[in-house]
Design a protein around this ligand. Structure first.
Ligand code: MN
Length: 209
């Protein structure tokens, strides 16, 4: 099947009201339709600029162009992972990881509570706009927490992302104002461990994306 040449905004796997009260309808809709869409539009615009430059044979400022492309692609990919690793509370959201991921977290962190504490601290302390991510290193078989600034700074190359949490202000400001820690606390009620486990099992089989 031929793949699309440009990015597009993915549909959410739940309704805008379904993550409330942890994420309100207004907050979720704005975040998805406006903020995420802006990264999709931004990445596609850079690809168009590159295509036009190639056709015209004109020079582009490659450093600036690639920095902009990395920012928008990072934003698009992280948001796509984020929506998929959330689920309505009590309907797939919340609880603790089971399966292969639960076992890997227990082994590396000595238990879920310690992992939750470290991940929470990573999310709360990300400088400015950023993300907390749970990744996996296939060289050492370790789950590793990654703190991402903006959408693209501090990324460990080749570590696959199992779980992400968006801690840009636009992710929570309508619901929690400046209280990022409250939003991070709420995240644990709507996190989808099933999706994180699916990503991890796929990675262990060599088929993860
Ligand atoms: Mn965001």
């Amino acid at each position: 099947m031929e793949k699309p040449h440009f990015y597009s905004l993915p549909k959410l796997p739940y309704g805008y009201k379904e993550l409330a009260p942890y994420i309100s309808e207004e907050q979720l809709q704005l975040h998805h339709e406006k903020h995420h869409q802006a990264y999709v539009t931004g990445a596609n615009a850079v690809f168009e600029k590159l295509e036009q430059g190639r056709k015209a044979g004109s020079d582009l400022d490659m450093k600036a162009t690639l920095k902009e492309l990395s920012f928008h692609i990072g934003g698009h990919l992280l948001h796509s992972l984020f929506w998929a690793n959330l689920a309505p509370a009590g309907k797939g959201g919340g609880g603790k990881p089971a399966g292969v991921l639960g076992a890997a977290i227990d082994k590396e962190f000595g238990g879920f509570e310690r992992f939750q504490k470290e991940f929470t601290q990573a999310a709360v302390s990300a400088e400015g706009s950023g993300w907390a991510a749970l990744t996996f290193c296939q060289l050492t078989n370790r789950p590793v927490i990654m703190q991402i600034e903006k959408h693209n700074v501090n990324v460990y190359p080749m570590f696959s992302i199992l779980l992400v949490l968006d801690v840009w202000e636009h992710a929570y400001y309508l619901d929690y104002k400046n209280l990022r820690a409250k939003f991070v606390e709420a995240f644990w009620s709507i996190v989808s461990w099933e999706e994180a486990n699916r990503r991890f099992a796929g990675l262990l089989k060599g088929g993860a994306k």
